[in-house]
Ligand binder design. Structure first.
Ligand code: DGY
Length: 328
């Protein structure tokens, strides 16, 4: 039996970080692109010293028990960690980490591209041409909404929300944000953003980009009432977590013209997408590609590996989520 740490990676990750991990550890990569069914996951975690998990796996007491007392860390290969029960990790004496910062700008780019695509009807225009419809330039053809110099409302003003604000500033937009936390004046100055209550943001914003974590408080933060409060010309973008938006209510609101369009990277019952949304022209949908660039996935992989190395070396992982575990 090898005395090298034994690590499970639940989905293939980028080659460089994987090679780095394999130099020090015995690594098993689960190769199924559709992820590990939960009953199988409970079997394959047994005896591992570290797990590199994806946002598609639930990390809870059952999984930690199935792994065994030697497990040191669950390094989630994502900034979001709503799939990881931190209290269960701490109770089991297991460290948990995520991959913040390295994906901030890339995810903000995704949010902005969804915003532009939805506002300017890019997806609809593309589908139209691919259907080989007859057409000629016309002054009233497929009119969208201007983005520049409009009001951007950002819900959840953490790292990614602030990066979206910087992009909005470059487009000459007025930026308002809603967040439980009031940011220091220097952050407001850098981003040019002003804090408002969510009600005001819904009324005032021409574009709303969601960047909250998924918590019991933010589940269905956007539903029928919020859509009714928005401008009929407004565009909603979600690159955070699907359940923050009530998808059925969004489909109804879009069909009724309560808002102009939506751009979605994430879905309430991922990977399922509410059928009614797919039938609407004024929705842009992409399959959770927020951080999906070569450089960023490399960086996320390296950060997950660094967290694993720190844990097996008995050091504090750089992006530890449950520091209280160290006190135990
Ligand atoms: C995350 O990291 O949480 C994104 O949703 C996927 O990269």
């Amino acid at each position: 039996m090898s005395d090298r740490p034994n690590v499970l990676v639940t989905r293939p990750i980028m080659a460089m970080p994987l090679a780095r991990l394999s130099k020090r550890c015995d690594v098993t990569v689960h190769e199924n692109d559709f992820g590990i069914p939960s009953d199988e996951l409970l079997k394959v975690v047994e005896g591992r010293d570290a797990l590199i998990t994806m946002l598609t796996e639930v990390v809870d007491a059952e999984l930690l028990r199935a792994s065994g007392p030697q497990l040191k860390i669950v390094a989630n290969h994502a900034v979001g960690f709503d799939n990881v029960n931190l209290a269960d990790c701490t109770a089991a004496g297991v460290m948990a980490s995520n991959t913040p910062d390295v994906l901030t700008e890339t995810t903000a780019d995704t949010a902005f591209s969804l915003l532009m695509t939805a506002a300017r009807r890019v997806g609809e225009g593309e589908r139209f041409l691919r259907r080989r419809e007859p057409w000629i330039w016309g002054p009233l053809m497929m009119l969208g909404q201007d983005v520049h110099h409009k009001t951007m409302g950002i819900v959840g003003f953490g790292r990614i929300g602030q990066a979206v604000a910087r992009r909005a500033k470059g487009f000459g937009m007025t930026v308002i944000y809603a967040d439980a936390i009031l940011l220091p004046p220097e952050v407001e100055a850098e981003t040019g953003a002003r804090r408002v209550e969510l009600d005001e943001l819904l009324r005032e914003a021409d574009f709303i980009s969601i960047h909250t974590n998924l918590t019991p408080e933010t589940r269905h933060l956007f539903g029928a009432e919020q859509f009714r409060a928005m401008k009929p010309t407004a565009v909603l973008v979600n690159t955070s977590r699907g359940p923050v938006v009530d998808e059925a209510a969004l489909a109804d609101a879009l069909a009724a013209g309560e808002l102009f369009a939506a751009g979605l990277d994430v879905f309430e019952r991922e990977p399922e997408v509410t059928d009614a949304l797919l039938d609407l022209e004024n929705v842009v949908v992409i399959p959770h590609l927020g951080s999906a660039t070569v450089d960023t996935r490399d960086a996320m992989g390296h950060l997950a590996v660094e967290n694993v190395f720190a844990a097996i070396d008995g050091e504090r992982p750089p992006t530890l989520l449950n520091p209280e575990v160290l006190k135990g």
